[in-house]
Write a protein that binds this ligand. Structure first.
Ligand code: UT7
Length: 342
């Protein structure tokens, strides 16, 4: 059994816990591609504006009858196949999403049903674009403590169903997709070396979907007022995204006593190429270390990091023993970072 010493800031003591590794990844993007040229026919925008302000060229959009769990299930199947893990061996399924199939039951339960993962405890968690890293840390804690052995974590979104297709300031940014990872203790591997999470609820108003919940239950009026669509104060969010991801990355490096030069690959939340450039400069990591799929996918919230991670692994961008930094920022506000030895 592989174990790792984890420093607990709260207790200021070192505990010997099981190490936790990602042992398989998978992803799924819906078939339909929406290009910037397509968007220019829908709202007053241009390929030139979208490319220079965001770096996004196109994004995938789920079919009308495709729900978030459908995307999640496909990504999960691919991750399980790569890990060589059977659905019945899953002890837990965590789905990070802001676009669940329904309020309840959880999207994780729909995934369970389709996979036949009869032994898994299932729940969703919500930390917007940081959701996958929150799921990674949650899964890690359960395995590290010895409570469970195998956890499937998924970041999945059908953002197209909460996108206001008449609002050019947001509709050009988002896409649909899902990414999954299987977590286990694997003897001989160190896996997750550090992980940090943080939130600031004072800034919740800058990025939200106000309608449909208990604050503004769905009504004719909320539909008329477009409250069931995502709203974002882009400029403010941009500033906080850079500072929060930078802080989280530095904290995660500090926690495992590594420097940025020792990191081989960085997978940031893919919201805007200018955010990645700003972080790159201030972290002191060349852009060649970053894996970016943003031009092809747009911002997929909780799905962004796991889809990029799976693509990076399959493309040979990440090699065995590489040190990988994952870093995210999202509505809430929430932020998170994790460092793994692959
Ligand atoms: O994933 C969660 C975290 N999300 C993020 O990290 C997103 C962070 N924010 C951003 O990425 C950027 O703020 C945006 C890409 C959303 C916007 O870029 P910006 O450089 O901050 O532009 P802006 O909102 O200040 O808008 C500049 C101009 C405005 O026109 P005026 O007022 O200068 O005349 C907008 O009306 O661009 C206009 N504009 C557009 N023009 C053409 C806004 N959207 C569009 C558009 N096409 N799609």
């Amino acid at each position: 059994m592989s174990r790792i010493a984890i420093r607990s800031a709260a207790q200021n003591k070192t505990t010997c816990l099981r190490s936790v590794s990602i042992v398989g990844t998978g992803s799924y993007l819906p078939e339909r591609v929406l290009t910037n040229a397509d968007l220019a026919k829908m709202v007053d925008t241009s390929d030139e504006w979208i490319m220079t302000r965001t770096g996004i060229k196109e994004r995938h959009i789920a079919a009308k009858d495709e729900a978030t769990s459908d995307l999640a299930i496909e990504a999960a199947r691919r991750a399980l196949a790569q890990a060589g893990v059977a659905p019945q061996d899953l002890d837990m399924i965590l789905v990070a999403t802001i676009t669940p199939d329904m309020f309840f039951p959880s999207t994780a339960c729909f995934v369970q049903k389709s996979l036949g993962a009869v032994n898994a405890a299932c729940f969703d968690l919500q930390a917007a674009c940081s959701g996958f890293l929150y799921a990674l840390e949650t899964g890690r804690q359960f395995i590290a403590s010895g409570s469970v052995d195998t956890v499937l974590i998924i970041g999945a979104e059908k953002l197209s169903c909460i996108t206001d297709w008449e609002d050019r300031s947001t509709c050009v940014l988002f896409g649909d997709g899902a990414g999954a990872a299987v977590l286990q203790n694997r003897p001989g591997t160190r896996g997750i070396l550090s992980s940090v999470m943080g939130s600031d609820g004072n800034l919740s108003h800058l990025l939200s979907m106000p309608g449909g919940g208990s604050r503004n239950p769905a009504s004719e009026q909320t539909v008329k007022e477009h409250l069931h669509f995502l709203k974002m104060a882009g400029k403010e969010v941009f500033k906080y995204a850079v500072n929060s991801m930078l802080g989280a990355a530095k904290q995660a490096l500090e926690q495992c006593a590594l420097t940025i030069d020792q990191v081989d690959c960085i997978i940031p939340h893919q919201a805007n190429v200018r955010i990645v450039q700003a972080i790159g400069e201030r972290l002191g990591a060349p852009l060649s270390k970053y894996y970016l799929n943003l031009p092809r996918t747009g911002n997929m919230s909780a799905a962004s990091i796991p889809v990029a991670l799976d693509e990076a692994v399959r493309a040979g961008f990440i090699h065995q023993r590489d040190v990988v930094l994952l870093v995210a920022f999202g509505g809430g506000f929430t932020w998170a970072a994790a460092i793994l030895e692959w």
